[in-house]
Ligand binder design. Structure first.
Ligand SMILES: CSC[C@@H](O)[C@@H](O)C(=O)COP(=O)(O)O
Length: 355
């Protein structure tokens, strides 16, 4: 059975997401009736992961406008613009929702100007474009898996046939429309029978690794071992890790990459131990408006997400807390950016975007 984090059928007004705050103990879906619900489940991290944020946010708009009748295209365009701006505000670091909103707004403007297109047609064409995001994301992830596995296997010494990798956070079916980015490369290596083992960090404080990636790997019967975030250096010292695979929330034009907190320190350790460090991300995570990672906004999450686990306090009352949800890894630590179009050096990103 495929792990389904998003259930969608606009004809039936169906949009449900798997509540990731309850995993792995409980598998419970939440009904999304419109953008208010979409904003809430993204902001509370009941659904998370850069691509999934854009997809669920956009789908929440689709189910909302599907139910409504609009007197004219101008009214529909105004509704679309307002709701997209609202959805962008749910979480600030991942760029995917902003890029999706820009593209969808541009489409809506074109449809509103097309005199051959009725208000009903504009609504249908707009919703169809959102629906296509699901299949495109899965196709992109399969290509990331192929390009990434080819690149990593090409690094192997002749006598090495299988590979041990480390990943951080959750970049799989629970962070995308399916298959995953860094976990897509892991899945592809496993399908090719070239994966020895994937090591995964627990990824405090939200525990995307321990709760979500472990859940996906056990579900798919992928050889996987959970480690504490504090074990990465010792892992590199004692195990022959041949690649680090992480996702991205926002890749700047010089390759600097914002990703889950803890990514930067793994990159530093990978450099120290000469382990190739790869960022795996679709082009929908690349921000051409950012020349470097210096200006990427880093979300800071509530204190209780660090001081409590499963509702039990684990930190002394009164202690001050700093809880940045992401950090930025400088391009110099990144061997390559694995995308659906191929694997690129950081210095080549601008060319790939024709900038
Ligand atoms: C394919 S998901 C890529 C990134 O979004 C992922 O690595 C990550 O940082 C997720 O952070 P989260 O705070 O869980 O949304």
């Amino acid at each position: 059975m495929v792990l389904q984090s998003i259930k969608f059928d606009v004809e039936f007004g169906l949009l449900e997401i798997l509540d990731q705050l309850l995993l792995p103990e409980k598998t419970q879906y939440i009904k999304i009736k419109g953008v208010e619900d979409g904003w809430s489940v993204i902001n509370k991290m009941q659904v998370r992961g850069a691509p999934a944020i854009a997809i669920v946010g956009s789908l929440s708009l689709a189910v909302e406008i599907w139910k409504e009748e609009f007197q004219d295209k101008k009214t529909l365009l105004r509704e679309i613009e307002g709701k997209l701006n609202y959805l962008i505000s749910a979480r600030p670091t991942a760029v995917n929702m902003k890029l999706a909103a820009d593209e969808l707004l541009e489409l809506a403007i074109q449809l509103s100007r097309d005199e051959t297109c009725s208000t009903r047609d504009m609504k249908k064409n707009f919703i169809d474009a959102i629906t296509m995001m699901l299949d495109k994301d899965i196709a992109d992830n399969k290509n990331i898996g192929k390009h990434g596995s080819d690149a990593i296997l090409s690094n192997l010494q002749s006598q090495e046939t299988t590979i041990k990798v480390l990943t951080h956070c959750n970049t799989g079916s629970l962070a995308t429309a399916g298959y995953g980015t860094a976990l897509g490369v892991v899945r592809r290596l496993h399908e090719m029978k070239r994966l020895d083992r994937v090591y995964l960090t627990e990824t405090r404080p939200y525990n995307q690794g321990a709760r979500l990636t472990a859940f996906e790997m056990v579900h798919d019967k992928v050889p996987a071992t959970l480690i504490c975030d504090s074990m990465v250096a010792y892992l590199f010292q004692k195990k022959h890790i041949q690649a680090v695979l992480v996702g991205a929330d926002r890749v700047a034009m010089n390759g600097d990459t914002a990703n889950k907190i803890g990514t930067y320190q793994i990159a530093c350790l990978a450099a120290l131990h000469d382990v190739p460090f790869y960022v795996c991300a679709p082009f929908t995570s690349i921000d051409s408006s950012k020349s470097s990672g210096d200006s990427i906004v880093i979300e800071e999450r509530p204190e209780h997400e660090m001081t409590y686990i499963a509702g039990k306090r684990i930190a002394a009352p009164g202690i001050s807390v700093w809880n940045p949800a992401f950090d930025v890894t400088p391009a110099k630590f990144i061997r390559g950016i694995i995308t659906e179009r191929g694997v690129f050096e950081c210095s080549d990103l601008k060319n790939q975007l024709n900038l």
